[in-house]
Design a protein around this ligand. Structure first.
Ligand code: COA
Length: 445
């Protein structure tokens, strides 16, 4: 069977940052620990005035193509996943291809381009589409570029304002990939939910508390579905478990429930029995509420065990290293989580070739997807090429007043009339509107 997966990845962060503890919390009258400890977030990335989903996606794609020595003719497909699109007809992938054609010889006229929408899970769906295209033998030896790009902004005053972010992830999907092979085993948890939506409006309508519950319910459903094809999971099967990270605190909640699930009927449950008892079984209870209460008690006790803390520190915590400093990137978020844990492994000099990741994506509305990925021989070279730390460190630190200006400048209903905070350097920038209301872009040397 053809080995298909992610050949390379590049990450592009918005060039501004909002310090949540130092700058945002005091203005909101909040304890900074709500952000750093509760949500697990220190900073959010924001786009400068000349940045948007196209520039960030095109800049990440340009780095990707240059690093892998690719020309447009090597690419048979460009798909963009976003929930921040500004056009209901013309896909963002056409704008990105147009940008790239300014700097590469040749064109993408024979590449299939599209746009995927299903909240934050769309990035993973676009990767799936590329995988299926290659596995179907329709790629003519070419690769696909998948770009997950978002400006995740909430209405001013919305509780979601704490979890904003902006950035893009570009991924090259190829036969015989250098980074990870994707499993054909997959699990889904999907239901018609009303937790987060943008009915023809720029900023989302969000029921934040409900979205947390829906994330957990759909993820659990996907896990059970995944196990029905891949077999029961054991905590030691996977070196890392990158999950969709709207904020690290969300992943902390999901990880605890997942650990309870995957340790059930294992030797770990037995080892823990002396300390916290065995997991409650539904059949042992006459009353549903008593069962739920017992499960809650067990879960609370599980959280305090060394077994759980050790697994969490090794398998989950490294996936949050980047999210803590950039916030939610919607479609890009799970792909940032993958890069984060592999970066940690690279920095620690770990040999992970042949090891597996358990990857969990989620999109409000709502759908979760779980699959696994196997690390390939050249994973270290791919991860060593990332420059996300330098980008994060170089961001301009916004004051609260400047944050208010930036938010207003990216509000489609308002005029953009403020100066940029950073100077573009060797990148695509927004260059005003054309005669049909299209956005225009140019490359700045
Ligand atoms: N020290 C430590 N922790 C603190 C704290 C403090 N001083 N103050 C608050 N916290 C904790 C809270 O206990 C809570 O943790 P918990 O959920 O484990 O109890 C966490 O910080 C957040 O506080 P909360 O009061 O719930 O925040 P909020 O009401 O402002 O909203 C969201 C949080 C996530 C609902 C909101 O940011 C949101 O709507 N986000 C967008 C939607 C989203 O990302 N959904 C996720 C699924 S996709």
């Amino acid at each position: 069977m053809t080995n298909v997966g992610i050949d390379a990845v590049e990450i592009w962060t918005g060039k501004l940052k909002l310090d949540l503890a130092e700058t945002f919390a005091p203005e909101k009258g909040d304890d900074p620990a709500k952000y750093t400890k509760g949500l697990g977030l220190f900073e959010s990335s924001f786009p400068d005035t000349y940045e948007d989903i196209v520039t960030m996606g095109a800049n990440a794609s340009k780095r990707l193509m240059e690093r892998k020595g690719l020309e447009p003719e090597d690419i048979g497909r460009i798909d963009v996943a976003t929930e921040s699109s500004f056009d209901n007809s013309k896909p963002i992938s056409t704008y990105i291809a147009g940008c790239l054609e300014q700097t590469f010889d040749g064109d993408f006229h024979h590449a299939n381009k599209g746009e995927r929408k299903f909240a934050c899970v769309a990035g993973t769906q676009a990767v799936d589409d590329a995988y299926n295209w290659i596995r179907a033998g329709r790629n003519r030896g070419r690769s696909a570029i998948v770009v997950a790009t978002d400006t995740a902004l909430y209405k001013r005053g919305d509780p979601g304002e704490a979890t904003q972010g902006a950035g893009a992830v570009a991924m090259l999907i190829s036969e015989d990939p250098d980074l990870v092979e994707l499993s054909s085993d997959q699990g889904y948890g999907s239901a018609d939910e009303t937790d987060f939506l943008k009915p023809n409006q720029q900023f989302p309508s969000v029921d934040g508390k409900r979205s947390v519950q829906v994330y957990l319910a759909r993820m659990r459903e996907a896990l059970v579905d995944y196990e029905s094809v891949a077999g029961d999971i054991h905590p030691e099967d996977f070196v890392y478990a990158p999950f969709h990270t709207p904020f690290p605190g969300m992943v902390r909640k999901a990880a605890l429930l997942a650990y309870r699930h995957i340790t059930r009927d294992t030797e770990i449950e037995e080892e823990l029995a002396a300390e916290i008892g065995r997991q409650p079984r539904e059949e042992a209870f006459d009353d549903w509420d008593d069962y739920v209460e017992a499960v809650q008690e067990y879960t609370d006790a599980l959280k305090g065990t060394d077994h759980y803390a050790d697994w969490y520190d090794a398998t989950i915590d490294p996936t949050l290293d980047i999210a803590r400093h950039v916030g939610n990137w919607y479609t890009g978020s799970v792909h940032v989580a993958r890069a984060a844990c592999l970066k940690r492994a690279y920095e620690e000099g770990r040999d992970l070739t042949g090891e597996r990741l358990l990857v969990g994506s989620y999109g409000s509305g709502a759908q979760a997807e779980i699959h696994h990925e196997t690390l390939q021989d050249s994973w270290e070279e791919e991860i060593a090429a990332l420059n996300i730390d330098e980008q994060i460190d170089a961001r301009y630190d916004l004051s609260f007043e400047e944050y208010e200006q930036v938010h207003a400048a990216h509000d489609h209903s308002k005029d953009r009339d403020f100066e940029e905070f950073t100077a573009p350097d060797g990148e695509f920038v927004f260059d005003g509107w054309g005669r049909m209301g299209e956005r225009k872009y140019r490359f700045v040397e």
